[in-house]
Design a protein. Structure first.
Length: 119
């Protein structure tokens, strides 16, 4: 199973995941970032349709608990000098919680936290 994050190139990654039959996980926070980015770069209609495709897919969407959010603050402070996003920190926590070590992303912050980036 792979975790995926980051907004850039997500459609290409989704096609690869589907083609290779890889079980995937993301978070509602990553989807929030994706929706906003797509809407601003294309249109709200296009963005909404892409999100519906994700919700209709086999991608598992994790939602952090309050405890997860508090644990993410530890990462947020630890990597403050790296200008890391809180969304990435939440991803780190949820990946650890789920025992995931590999991630589809273009964001090198995941390497700092000890995850293997797969592209």
């Amino acid at each position: 199973m792979l975790f995926f994050t980051n907004r850039t190139g997500i459609i290409r990654i989704l096609h690869r995941i589907e083609k290779e039959g890889i079980r995937s996980v993301t978070t509602n926070h990553v989807l929030d970032e994706l929706a906003t980015l797509l809407a601003r770069r294309t249109s709200y209609h296009f963005s909404g349709n892409r999100l519906m495709e994700i919700y209709d897919s086999d991608i598992r969407i994790e939602r952090p608990s309050e405890s997860d959010e508090l644990n993410a603050l530890d990462f947020f402070l630890k990597y403050a000098d790296q200008n890391i996003s809180f969304t990435d920190c939440l991803s780190f926590v949820l990946m650890q919680k789920l025992g995931l070590t590999r991630v589809f992303t273009f964001d090198r912050h995941f390497e700092y936290a000890g995850f293997e980036i797969v592209s």
